[in-house]
Ligand binder design. Structure first.
Ligand code: FES
Length: 163
């Protein structure tokens, strides 16, 4: 076994069976068709990125999917977040914490606990994005998701230019 394989095995052993299962068979992968909320969070230190899309109907998250670029922990925790949030009322889903994700996966190695925050933060951003979209639709400021995505893009650009 070479050094890389040894490191990989040592790291894999530190993950729970449930975490490895969510890494090997991630649940709810992709983009929800006709989603009405989207969150995308990147982790500056490691470069991992998680995107979550949701379909909310009567304030309930009826569909949720994720796409992730990242480590074993990022994939497993994002998958876990979708399982935890599916079917929940938005207010209830906002109360989910990284501890809930860690507990759901039967624990995570200490150095990987920050990965659990990616999915949770992307979920929360998706819920707030849904509320903003709903408000803009009600005010007649947008008529569809494409217009909303454009406004989001412009806002991010403006924000980025100011810093
Ligand atoms: S190492 Fe950065 S999210 Fe996992």
């Amino acid at each position: 076994m070479n050094e890389n394989e040894e490191q990989f095995t040592a790291a894999a052993l530190a993950y729970s069976e449930k975490t490895l299962d969510h890494f090997r068979n991630p649940r709810n992968v992709g983009v929800v068709e006709n989603y009405n909320g989207r969150g995308k969070i990147g982790e500056a230190d490691c470069g991992d990125v998680c995107e979550i899309t949701i379909l909310v109907e009567e304030e309930q998250i009826n569909d949720i999917k994720f796409r992730v670029y990242g480590c074993v922990g990022a994939v497993a925790t994002s998958s876990a977040v979708t399982e935890l949030a599916k079917g929940k009322h938005c207010e209830e889903a906002l109360k989910l914490t990284d501890d809930d994700v860690v507990e759901f996966l039967d624990g995570l190695p200490d150095q990987k606990k920050h990965c659990s925050l990616l999915g949770i933060r992307a979920l929360k951003q998706a819920i707030y994005d849904y509320w903003l979209y709903k408000q803009l639709l009600e005010n007649g400021q947008v008529t569809n998701r494409i217009e909303h995505e454009q406004i989001r893009e412009d806002l991010f650009q403006q924000f980025a230019n100011e810093f």
